[in-house]
Design a binder for this molecule. Structure first.
Ligand code: F6P
Length: 360
């Protein structure tokens, strides 16, 4: 068919809900145009492997459950930067040319990368070095990619965290406890702020704002004076201790991830208020469920627009959500404008207006 293209698609970085909905949208839209879609396995790892790891994605395989399915059917990786790849012997090697070679071997006219800012930085560098026509679809539960109101996966993570508060509230009330819920988000407090408001939290702590135990204790004291016997505290994983460091856990292979601030705060709050406290660390539950309708919708709109960008020969662009519609922006700018919660964010005003303690 005239104008037929072969496009590659990969998911990169941490998974989230809605990735499969985005892949499906790309496959459906490409089929409308008579194009072939090559699904690359495990992010850039599929292009590093020899033989290459990929499969041709056909629309007939996507008519069932895929839209609703969490995770990514292609697999993903958040390790192994190809420009500084850790080799088995402990050395570090630049393997970027192998990936570029992989794209050439597959005969790709363009590549759609579904990722966050870290993945986009790597994919863009590869694209520039190898002349790859790149289009990006933003995904991350952290919602920290710049120039888009939402990334795929954020809405589901907020829904899960909100539901956790819904489930914690009755047990908190039954035992007159202060419940601390630790949520993900890396250096951005979007999940904590959104879920905290939606789930009726009394205290929301985010990495962008500083807090004091006295401030938290004063809020809990006011709650008690108003006749309520329990309180809900939401804390974002990268919030610092009073000593000024973020709590981290080290996993096998030396990988470090945020974790532990909930336990720290629980002890401090118990000490300052004499309340019985309990901690829930929500963790990867925020990433793994069925996507909400909104994540499916955003993912579908992003997938269609990404293919249309390729049809129009517009590359080095990221699809984005703005003012109720899909637009596209330069990937470079989206990476640069990393999006944390701003003090001027209307939701900060909302939370303060509700009497929620956000910091001093
Ligand atoms: O970036 C998404 C995210 O879920 C963060 O919120 C969290 O800090 C991190 O990834 C966890 O990474 P991993 O899946 O490697 O444990």
């Amino acid at each position: 068919m005239a104008g037929e293209k072969r496009i590659g698609i990969l998911t990169s970085g941490g998974d989230c809900a809605g990735l499969n909905a985005a892949i499906r949208a790309v496959v459906f839209r490409a089929a409308e145009l008579g194009w072939t879609v090559i699904g690359i396995k495990e992010g850039t790892m599929g292009l590093l492997s020899r033989p290459l790891q990929y499969e041709v994605l056909r629309p007939e395989d996507y008519t069932g459950n895929v839209l609703r399915q969490g995770g990514t059917i292609l697999g993903t990786t958040n390790k192994g930067n190809p420009f500084a790849f850790p080799m088995a012997d402990g050395s570090i090697k630049d393997r970027s040319e192998e990936i570029i070679g992989g794209c050439r071997e597959l005969g790709l006219d363009a590549l759609i990368g579904i990722g966050g800012d870290g993945s986009f930085a790597i994919l863009r560098k590869l694209a520039q070095q190898g002349g790859i026509n790149l289009v990006g679809i933003p995904k991350t539960i952290d919602n920290d990619v710049g120039l888009t109101e939402v990334a795929v996966g954020f809405d589901t993570a907020v829904a899960v965290a909100t539901e956790a508060l819904d489930r914690l509230q009755p047990t908190a009330a039954s035992h007159a406890r202060v419940m601390v819920l630790e949520v993900m988000g890396r250096d951005a407090g979007h999940i904590a702020l959104h879920a905290g408001i939606a789930g009726g939290a009394d205290v929301i702590l985010i990495p962008e704002l500083t807090y004091s135990i006295e401030g938290i204790a004063a809020k809990i004291s006011r709650v008690r004076q108003d006749g309520r016997n329990f309180a809900l505290v939401v804390v974002s994983e990268a919030v610092k201790t009073l000593e000024g460091s973020a709590r981290q856990k080290e996993y096998h292979g030396g990988e470090k991830r945020f974790g532990g601030i909930g336990d720290y705060l629980s002890e401090k709050i118990a000490g300052a208020t004499n309340a019985e406290t309990r901690v829930t660390v929500l963790g990867h539950v925020q990433r793994g469920s069925m996507p909400t309708w909104r994540d499916r919708l955003v993912a579908s709109a992003f997938g269609v627009h990404a293919v249309d960008l390729i049809r129009d020969g517009k590359y080095d662009r990221m699809v984005a959500w703005s003012n109720r519609q899909v637009i596209d922006v330069p990937i470079e700018k989206a990476i640069k404008e990393y999006q944390q919660v701003q003090i001027s964010d209307p939701l900060v005003t909302t939370a303060k207006g509700l009497g929620i303690y956000l910091g001093d």
